[in-house]
Design a protein around this ligand. Structure first.
Ligand code: SF4
Ligand code: SF4
Length: 353
């Protein structure tokens, strides 16, 4: 009897271990996708972007890109999970022939259409694709999409193109849709670049009919439901003891310290990077001696995420005292506690003798 992996099992596997449950691998994805009724058509558009999100996506490791494009198929379609009908950066066709694939995507009979957008949306005239303004293209395709996924910080919140000084009017996909009167939810998968797991797992969820629960910024709570500093960072014990590194990379193994003093924005970052990590789940920004710059947050790269290498002013304190004060206080209290304990022990031993 073959193994049967139901939607319920998939959900269970995702929620059983809290956030770590989303660290599922190829085997689970393959099993889950057998539950999809049929193939989903994907249209992948690029607005104002550096294409780093695509580079990040193709580095997905378990399953890897070859699996995603060949062996992992959806339902009984025989077609792979994420082989877009149309994708600007990687497409066998070019010119007007390539643009015709957008029309084919719109006409997909099964009405299972996913629109993935990378990059922010600029004012008219700044971004043209196939002779058409990107805004027109996005407006038209959004109307046909059953699900819209904004992958990366630029399409989710505006990102780097929307940074202070932006003269192009760059904005997020959801802000653009509001502006043109299209009322449709957007699943935001911010980070700079987008994390490949977040896209592959969101696609898998949508294809089997499990719609991710989103936070107030449209981010799936499976990836963005935890605070790095409060809940996940392995350097938190150093923070609590007031032990900080003061220069990027300024530590030796065994002499680590929290990155708060070099500008770590972990206290405002709602991501699972400390757990999921990057590059085959090997490491992440904080672990290599850099600060987290909270690239997952709506204000990035401005607001409380900026300047990147500067300590956050007044954050976070405990009962209005900065962390290092508490660190020293804890060390002092521990020292006094040990001394008192030792003195009591001596008196007790003396009495007994
Ligand atoms: S400030 Fe950054 S490095 Fe320090 S504990 Fe918080 S998240 Fe970790
Ligand atoms: S650790 Fe921080 S800066 Fe690095 S990817 Fe995660 S949220 Fe972005």
């Amino acid at each position: 009897m073959g193994l049967r992996f139901t939607r319920r099992d998939f959900l269970k596997s995702m929620t059983m271990f809290g956030v770590s449950a989303m660290l599922i691998n190829k085997t689970e994805i393959v099993k889950a996708l057998t539950q999809s009724k049929d193939y989903w058509h994907i249209c992948w558009l690029n607005g104002a972007t550096c294409s780093g999100c695509e580079v990040s996506f193709i580095q997905h490791t378990d399953p890897d890109l070859i699996d995603i494009l060949t062996s992992i198929t959806v339902g009984e379609s025989g077609l792979p999970i994420a082989l877009p009908d149309y994708m600007q950066v990687v497409h066998p066709a070019s010119g007007s022939l390539a643009m015709e694939f957008i029309d084919l995507w719109k006409e997909a009979k099964e009405k299972r259409r996913i629109l993935i957008v990378v990059g922010s949306v600029q004012n008219p005239g700044f971004c043209e694709i196939g002779g058409r303004d990107f805004r027109d293209l996005l407006k038209e395709t959004s109307k046909f999409a059953d699900y819209i996924i904004a992958f990366g910080s630029c399409s989710s919140f505006g990102g780097i193109p929307r940074a202070k000084g932006n003269v192009t009017g760059a904005k997020s996909v959801s802000d653009f849709l509001k502006e043109v009167g299209i009322v449709k939810p957007v699943i935001n998968l911010p980070r700079c670049p987008g994390h490949p797991d977040s896209l592959v797992l969101t696609l898998t969820s949508v294809m089997i009919g499990v719609i991710p629960v989103l936070d107030t910024y449209g981010r799936p709570i499976d990836f963005y439901g935890t605070n790095m500093h409060q809940e996940l960072c392995p350097y938190r014990p150093f923070y609590d003891r007031g032990i900080f590194i003061t220069k990027p990379g300024d530590y030796k193994p065994g002499e680590e310290g929290c990155r708060y003093k070099i500008g770590c924005k972990g206290p405002i970052a709602q991501t699972d990077c400390a757990l999921r990590k990057w590059n085959e789940h090997i490491s992440y920004c904080v672990e290599v001696g850099a600060p987290c710059i909270a690239c997952s947050e709506p204000n990035f790269p401005d607001g409380d995420t900026s300047p990147f290498w500067k300590e956050m002013p007044g954050l976070p304190t405990i009962l209005n005292a900065p962390a290092e004060v508490w660190g020293s206080a804890i060390v002092a209290a521990t020292t006094i506690g040990c001394a008192v304990h030792f003195a009591r022990k001596m008196i007790k031993e003396k009495k007994e003798r």
